[in-house]
Ligand binder design. Structure first.
Ligand SMILES: [Zn+2]
Ligand SMILES: [Zn+2]
Length: 333
């Protein structure tokens, strides 16, 4: 499915099978989860996307062909090593037929100050899957082997796909909240849902903020174990030690800041967010912090599948807020 121009439906089209270049894998895609960032890309809210573009950056598939020079281990960025470690593999040495996951971060230069200090996720010249390089709304894709990772056996292709982005970004946001006891979450979508489960497991007190009036989602949050759930226009019953803003709404940042206790932190957990309005300095005073994330490390997912040709239907339902689970496109199944 191809995006020719922003704000137009994707086109179902036959395109030549890509060829794996140096260090790349050719992957036969079996599932690709749909992320809110895909909507932002399709709607042109993220600037300078590749065009025409195949979107999708939560890709699960099997290695079909290897490019040349796949494993110069010394050149494997820390990030690749870290992904591999998280999945219990020391050095990912892919072979034909292996199941792999392909995430948002698709390529880094390995030379800028960030790459040299083990922070490839902040690379100045980074390229992103399904945004500045073609992604997984397709039967085949090519990906830099250093950023692909093996996937745990406990999940099938559809279940594991949403972990590749929502899981990565959510986990990174959560880690930024340190040892916060009272944790607020603004926006209770896929990433939030995954992180809420971890936070509760680790004994945090969870406060969930949804769109005002979305009582169904507030009930969901309470059922999951949140101490309190309400609208984003409400103040929590207690001041929070940390808040994660998963909604892509910048207006929520000063609101979350006002809900913090002294020394608290607001983590913006979106790849894209609308502008943040100004707020009085006193709201930031007393060592409060606002920060953001770039996904780095991986973490039960709820999914709803659509065949690849129905990518536009999945995107439309997502846009309209009609999905109750992560949409996953299935390809050739
Ligand atoms: Zn995503
Ligand atoms: Zn770099």
């Amino acid at each position: 499915m191809v995006l020719d121009k922003p704000r137009q439906p994707l086109q179902l089209r036959d395109v030549p099978k890509p060829k794996p270049g140096r260090g790349q894998l050719l992957v036969r895609v079996s599932a690709c989860a749909v992320c809110r960032t895909d909507l932002h890309v399709v709607e042109g809210e993220l600037p300078n996307s590749k065009l025409p573009l195949i979107p999708g950056h939560q890709i699960v598939g099997r290695v079909e062909e290897l490019g040349t020079d796949i494993y110069p281990q010394s050149a494997t960025p820390t990030l690749g090593r870290e992904h591999a470690k998280n999945f219990g593999v020391r050095n990912p040495q892919f072979k034909i037929g292996d199941r792999v996951g392909i995430p948002w971060l698709g390529w880094t230069d390995g030379e800028c100050a960030y790459c040299q200090s083990n922070r490839e996720n902040l690379c100045d010249r980074a390229r992103f899957t399904g945004y500045t390089i073609d992604g997984g709304y397709a039967e085949f894709t090519v990906a830099d082997a250093r950023f692909c990772f093996p996937l745990p056996d406990g999940y099938n292709d559809v279940e594991v796909a949403p972990l590749l982005c929502a899981g990565l970004i959510g986990y990174r946001s959560y880690r930024k909240t340190g040892g916060a006891r009272r944790l607020g979450i603004y926006g209770f979508g896929n990433a939030a849902h995954l992180i809420a489960q971890i936070a509760l497991f680790e004994g945090r007190e969870l406060f969930v903020f949804t769109r005002p009036g979305d009582t169904a989602r507030q009930q969901d949050a309470k059922k999951l174990g949140a101490l309190w759930a309400g609208g984003s226009d409400e103040m929590p019953p207690e001041k929070l030690d940390a808040a994660i803003v998963f909604a892509s709404v910048g207006r929520l940042v000063p609101i979350a800041l006002r809900a913090l206790a002294k020394g608290g932190i607001v983590v913006c957990g979106g790849i894209h967010m609308s502008g943040i309005p100004s707020f009085p300095y006193t709201d930031l005073w007393e060592e409060r912090i606002i920060t953001s994330v770039a996904p780095r490390i991986p973490v039960k997912t709820k999914t709803q599948t659509f065949p690849l040709e129905e990518a536009n239907v999945a995107l439309d339902r997502f846009r309209a807020g009609e999905l109750t689970a992560t949409a996953v496109l299935t390809i050739g199944q």
